[in-house]
Design a protein around this ligand. Structure first.
Ligand code: ZN
Length: 172
């Protein structure tokens, strides 16, 4: 099971850094301040994070866990830089995954559409791939494809590669 590091325990709460969203979450401690392991819990990520994978995690303490009858906001400040670092890493990883997924969908859309159409319109690619027109424009530019004389054509073949060059054709 995925591990959630316990940053602080008091008589009411166990505070962790969530391995899914990188934010602090609190769970009940049942008055036990000195346990090593606080068992498995269901994450309760909120906002944009509420739709992500909600695999249960195991609440594990470390030598760095703060243990006090009452943990204050001030106590948690010591963990803020670490929390922010983990949150940033998770968001970065998520962005990379989304970009990879968008790339995969654009490739699939172009391959599919090119079977039926000689000229691919940007809106067709965007609609089929489920991304914005702007994203398609950026993607095409990155792949050496520009709108030239009424249609998208390859102007930088080394960026487009053989598959896209065959589909879009070379600008003369
Ligand atoms: Zn979370």
């Amino acid at each position: 099971m995925i591990v959630a590091e316990v940053v602080a325990v008091d008589s009411v709460h166990v505070t962790i850094i969530c391995p899914h969203c990188g934010k602090f979450h609190r769970h009940g401690s049942n008055g036990r301040i000195h346990e090593r392991d606080y068992g498995s819990r269901v994450p309760h990520c909120t906002g944009d994070d509420s739709s992500i994978d909600h695999e249960q995690y195991e609440l594990i303490t470390t030598a760095r866990t703060i243990r006090k009858p009452v943990v204050s906001r001030q106590d948690l400040k010591a963990w803020l830089p670490e929390q922010k670092r983990r949150r940033a890493a998770i968001l970065e990883q998520r962005r990379e995954l989304e970009a990879t997924e968008a790339d995969r969908r654009i490739w699939a859309a172009i391959r599919e559409l090119s079977k039926r159409w000689d000229r691919l319109a940007r809106w067709q690619i965007a609609t089929t791939a489920g991304v914005s027109n702007h994203f398609v424009t950026t993607w095409l530019r990155q792949h050496g494809i520009r709108f030239v004389e009424g249609r998208y054509q390859v102007i930088q073949e080394h960026k487009a590669g053989p598959d896209l060059t065959a589909i879009f054709g070379r600008a003369i």
